[in-house]
Design a protein around this ligand. Structure first.
Ligand SMILES: [Zn+2]
Ligand SMILES: [Zn+2]
Length: 299
């Protein structure tokens, strides 16, 4: 198998925490940055969400400029956009970013919402100061997006203010990014099941445990998030290979997440916990037209 970047499909985690950045001694192993996932797909760079993890990714991209990337937003709750004003490559002329997001129920575009969070008095530097080339696209959940030979499928999720789930298909591999979403009490969410079908990697909103979700004292029903137990159900029903438990609750420390990981792996051996810096490979078959490298011929 060639190791050239054009033949690779990788997934890297830069922020895995939900709701609010959670740095500290007790979250140091899984990480405290809010959602940002990078996929390198056949030489193209796709970025999902712009939580504070996007700032960390941006710092590493400064060494690789000029950069072209496609940035997909699930929605614009703070934990998914807060890293954008601190995304350093966005301020550098010569970089090129294609930015995708759905129109919100209030009618605002992703461009307007990213712009709004950078307005005085919330932030000193307006979006117009960003010197990179920024192109904005309105996503229609349900309609696919094509980037060369990459197909990004989309579907609406069940979240206050709405969110979009994404499935990246390239050659015979698929990686799926589903956050933030709440499951239904009586059935598996058909949009989630459709996106997750036979995926190599499913990244899923597992903010709570079932016990927390149904806790009689402080139930989390209606808060727009799901549980790791639901993630396991979906992964099994959709024939997923690797399930990544994601969007960790800020109250869950490293020891707690260790236990979730152990319990989840018992119920579904392909389950792993999202952790900052973790990198996964989507296995890809070589296309038939690709010549076999000479070194693989042996006597
Ligand atoms: Zn979130
Ligand atoms: Zn949200």
């Amino acid at each position: 198998m060639s190791s050239r970047i054009e033949n690779q499909f990788t997934v890297q985690f830069w922020g895995v925490r939900g709701s609010i950045p959670s740095p500290g001694l007790h979250t140091v192993r899984y990480g405290g940055n809010t959602p940002c996932v990078e996929m390198q797909v056949g030489g193209k760079r796709l970025i999902f969400d712009g939580g504070t993890g996007l700032h960390v990714l941006g710092q590493s991209l400064l060494r690789q400029m000029p950069i072209e990337a496609h940035i997909f937003f699930t929605h614009s709750h703070w934990d998914h956009v807060q890293g954008f004003p601190f995304f350093s490559p966005g301020f550098v002329r010569g970089n090129d970013f294609h930015i995708y997001g759905a129109i919100a129920p209030d009618g605002s575009t992703v461009e307007q919402r990213l712009n709004d969070q950078m307005l005085h008095p919330n932030f000193p530097v307006p979006l117009q100061i960003m010197q990179a080339n920024l192109d904005f696209y309105n996503v229609k959940a349900g309609k696919p997006i094509k980037i060369n030979d990459i197909i990004v499928e989309t579907a609406p999720l069940n979240h206050p203010g709405e969110a979009v789930g994404y499935r990246v298909n390239w050659r015979d591999g698929a990686a799926v990014y589903i956050t933030d979403t709440e499951h239904f009490p009586d059935r598996l969410d058909e949009n989630v099941m459709w996106l997750a079908r036979n995926a190599d990697i499913l990244i899923y909103d597992s903010t709570y445990t079932d016990e927390e979700y149904h806790s009689p004292k402080s139930p989390k029903i209606g808060w727009g998030h799901s549980t790791w137990q639901e993630a396991v159900k979906i992964a099994k029903a959709a024939n997923v290979k690797t399930l990544v438990i994601f969007h960790h609750d800020p109250a869950h420390d490293d020891e707690f997440l260790d236990r979730v990981g152990q319990e989840a792996a018992v119920q579904f051996p392909g389950a792993i916990m999202a952790r900052e810096t973790m990198q996964l490979q989507v296995p890809i078959s070589m296309p038939l037209s690709e010549p076999i490298p000479v070194s693989e011929f042996s006597a």
